[in-house]
Write a protein of this length. Structure first.
Length: 153
């Protein structure tokens, strides 16, 4: 079964928006009640609810973006996402779109580094305005990551 073009486009445009630091466009990919979580494969395997970032709706995502723009003080950087092909897991209400990724961190005057690898586990909703994320879980392969996780993945 192939991934619908609209969903593949949503996943790719989300990564491109983060790479361009275009947070408004990134937020537009979520429904108003869309959830966003970053966790590790080990936590997920063990069924642990702990993670690195949680937003239970779009308002919490907006707060996170506002914090990045005005409150947080961190070393300027940006990402470059490399996405693998998306595949489908589950059926019916359990349908997920899985996209493996690698994210490189680019910091001025420093070498580019491989920041994280993992996969997106996405659930989406179709509406008259297009397809949007209702639930996005970012599952990191490793639980040892740099402390600089200011920008969503």
């Amino acid at each position: 079964m192939s991934v619908p073009v609209a969903i593949a486009s949503l996943i790719q445009s989300s990564a491109a928006a983060l790479d361009a630091l275009d947070f408004h466009h990134w937020l537009s990919g979520f429904t108003e009640y869309g959830q966003y979580h970053i966790t590790t494969a080990d936590n997920q395997r063990q069924g642990l609810p702990l993670g690195l970032m949680h937003a239970l709706n779009k308002d919490q995502l907006r707060d996170r973006i506002a914090s990045i723009s005005s409150v947080n003080v961190y070393e300027p950087h940006r990402y470059r996402h490399i996405l693998s092909q998306t595949w489908i897991k589950g059926q019916g209400l359990e349908l997920q779109y899985i996209t493996p990724f690698a994210v490189y961190r680019i910091t001025p005057s420093k070498p580019t580094i491989l920041f994280v690898t993992g996969e997106y586990q996405d659930r989406v909703e179709y509406s008259h305005s297009g397809v949007r994320f209702t639930y996005r879980t970012v599952v990191l392969d490793n639980d040892m990551i740099d402390t600089l996780l200011a920008i969503p993945l």
